[in-house]
Ligand binder design. Structure first.
Ligand SMILES: C[S@@+](CC[C@H](N)C(=O)[O-])C[C@H]1O[C@@H](n2cnc3c(N)ncnc32)[C@H](O)[C@@H]1O
Length: 350
């Protein structure tokens, strides 16, 4: 990692996934060892209820596919494998014996990885999967370029010095990036200082994940924006020790930018050859039966232990469904050759 200014996509790739990158230099899941998961909290970490909801989908897809053997569940950008570990523990025996769980992760596997989970650095081959492909807060970490409108009204790539985060203008944007802006960001009126995070690499990443499925369901969960609500000054940010920090791509912190959800969805639809749907996590979890309601107070007198258990579940559900936090995350739900009745109404394409 030098001190020369480079495009943001290069800087982010190096800072997160290079030899001394934030995600790749240490085994994930090692909070105690100062590993990456100490710097963020995703739905997969927040509560086992998230995995329980995913298991409902896994079971629904399994049934509609006629209980295939194996049934794939691939977690792309699996981090420390939290979601898959929970599925190992939760899956009933009839399903567990056919489940083929794969973590796709650029970081090395954690030392205590359960034997049931395969750990791959790359996506499985095109059309090789029967089952589900999942991603939680993966696409926001896919490196991308950033552009900014200068005083002269020209939209140029931004260059960044990795060790300081200092930026300077580069060449005018061109090629597929210019096309992408035209298609997906043109609703934002141009003006000096407007920043655009160029989503093509995320679109491609999501399309590749969807393309892994021969038949099944792909879901990605992330924070993001739609054409109607693009941020004017960008969302690129760092996360250090669980708090937002300056986006300095020096390898010391997570670097992330919100996902252009509608363009990613379109890329997934093109890969699948059929419509997908977009919803918010709050609605998705409601559709999957997660209930954030507090237990009745009189339960405390009748059955104190049950009351405490129900209260704890309700507060976990509340965190996952908080519209200003995890509940506001988008879900892109992309079926591939699946009988749509398998999905709860809220997750079915119209
Ligand atoms: C914010 S973490 C989320 C981890 C996990 N999904 C969770 O919810 O806790 C993003 C993860 O995506 C991984 N990642 C990003 N791009 C990847 C790629 N192309 N292939 C595999 N893993 C990737 C990173 O290494 C990182 O561990």
């Amino acid at each position: 990692m030098g001190d020369e200014a480079v495009p943001w996509r290069t800087a982010m790739a190096d800072a997160l996934y290079g030899p001394t990158g934030f995600f790749t230099r240490a085994a994930p899941g090692g909070e105690q060892a100062g590993g990456p998961t100490g710097h963020f909290r995703t739905s997969a970490h927040a509560s086992p209820l998230f995995a329980t909801a995913m298991l409902r989908l896994v079971a629904a897809v399994d049934e509609t596919l006629g209980r295939p053997d194996p049934l794939d569940v691939v977690d792309v950008g699996a981090g420390g494998g939290h979601l898959l570990r929970r599925l190992v523990g939760l899956a009933p025996a009839y399903l567990a014996r056919r489940l083929r769980l794969t973590a796709v992760e650029l970081a090395p596997p954690p030392a205590d990885l359960p034997a049931e989970i395969r750990w791959w650095a790359e996506l499985p081959a095109v059309g090789s999967l029967t089952g589900l492909v999942l991603g939680t807060e993966w696409l926001d970490n896919v490196p991308l370029d950033v552009a900014e409108v200068g005083e002269d009204g020209v939209l140029r790539y931004r260059l960044v010095e990795p060790l300081t985060g200092e930026e300077s203008p580069g060449d005018p944007i061109s090629g597929e990036d210019a096309q992408w802006v035209q298609q997906w960001w043109s609703a934002t009126p141009p003006g000096p200082g407007r920043r655009i995070e160029l989503g093509t690499p995320r679109d491609r990443a999501w399309a590749a994940a969807v393309a892994g499925l021969d038949v099944g369901l792909a879901i990605t969960v992330d924070y993001g924006h739609l054409s109607s609500s693009r941020p004017e000054t960008g969302t690129l940010t760092g996360f250090y020790a669980g708090r937002p920090a300056e986006a300095v791509p020096d390898g010391s912190r997570d670097i992330t930018a919100h996902v252009a959800i509608d363009s990613a969805r379109a890329a997934g639809e093109a890969a699948a050859g059929e419509p997908g749907t977009v919803t918010r996590q709050r609605e998705a979890l409601l559709a999957l039966g997660v209930d954030g309601a507090r237990p009745p107070v009189d339960l405390a007198a009748r059955d104190p232990a049950a009351y405490v258990g129900a209260l704890s579940a309700a507060s976990q559900a509340a965190e996952l469904m908080d519209a200003g936090g995890l509940g506001g995350h988008y879900w892109i739900v992309q079926p591939v050759g699946l009988v749509l009745e398998a999905l709860p109404t809220g997750l079915r394409p119209a």
